[in-house]
Design a protein around this ligand. Sequence first.
Ligand code: MV4
Length: 447
Amino acid sequence: MFQKILIANRGEIALRVLRACKELGIQTVVVHSTADSDAMHVRLADESVCIGPPPSRESYLNIHQIVAACEITGADAVHPGYGFLSENAKFADILAAHNITFIGPSGDHIRVMGDKIEAKRTAKRLGIPVVPGSDGAISEEKEAKRVAAEIGYPVIIKASAGGGGRGMKVAHTEADLEIALQTAKSEAGAAFGDDAVYIEKYLQKPRHIEVQVFGDGAGRGVHFGERDCSLQRRHQKVWEEANSPALNAEERSRIGGICARAIADLGYSGAGTIEFLYENGEFYFIEMNTRLQVEHPVTEAITGIDLVHEQIRVASGGGLSVKQEDIKFNGHAIECRINAEDPRTFTPSPGTITHFHTPGGLGIRVDSGVYSGYKIPPYYDSLIGKLIVHGRNRVECMMRLRRALDEFVVDGIKTTLPLFRDLVGNPDIANGDYDIHWLEKYLAKGE
Ligand code: MV4
């Protein structure tokens, strides 16, 4: 097992990882920018190293500073959290070259999944169902027309170096295709320095369902069920749940089994998320994320398994603590992302939190790095906490969530809490009847 882990992140996830390290008896080092000297994770860590000024480029993304912090403190592993360097293959390679363990998959696995064309090709080869479309990159209009005619309109053109919704163009008819292809290519070239694009059938009303997987790096793979993350705004998830209200146990076990086998065959190590669009009872792979995700606590709530403990165990060579047959799905969990934003315009609202009171009681978890008197710096993303609620079934979970939202107090700044108080009373949400466009349509109506 590791002696000392360096946490290369900030905010609630730095605290989340720190807690897991403490439970496992592992020493902790955190790195932070000058804007985060008062952060909770800095106060609670055994050691801290200031690695640079507020801009992420110069601190949380500064590989040399982070490696130097490992050398100075004698850390033998790095947990990257999510965002920042968590899916940076070069970072994983550099750590490996320094004999420091990156708590995550190999640089090569990160690289494959970061290239969306390569990821899709790999998924298909491993028996995962993918969205119908081109087998590789498309550059000629003629080729685009041929593929589109074959799969049928509407089609979507995506950047291979994109992901998470960046660099996509929809073509409803052949007349739209040329412009869509050219703008997708030039936007991809400008944004990512790589103009490779591919074509897929455009699914019009899917849900976003993602399967949590784990590999032990030695040919074993398991799945921890799925999360439904359809409630999003501008590709930012707002509300996530496990299980998906749309799936039954048979569908869960079928798609989960396919994903677990693929992860085993790939020789993948650590946590991963296989993202699907789900429409008319069918799953279509879109992307794979090679990191721990923001919404992992809903999976922890229904399985009772600490996924960060599992990451650390696997990375240290100790293997997974569970076999597939040990993983049971109990009840229902919902996560609300509390952002320091205006609940209508989503404009960031940094500043001082004058009062912070979190809900408690059975089935309630709050993951947050803020406290009364804490000043939210303006440099980073606006997530200030996550409310995760568990119940024996979805109805109980929703009742408990409504109560927890009533108890939650954040004064001094604007937050997205009022949005959740509205959503929890909405009939479509109560019925679990929503797709990836539901939230944006709801917000456009503007009550
Ligand atoms: C799609 C799609 C429809 N058809 N692909 C957006 C984020 C990126 N991960 C993939 N995305 C989409 N890909 C096909 N073939 C619709 C989206 C999409 C979306 C997906 C998940 C959650 C929210 C979304 C909002 C708009 C579009």
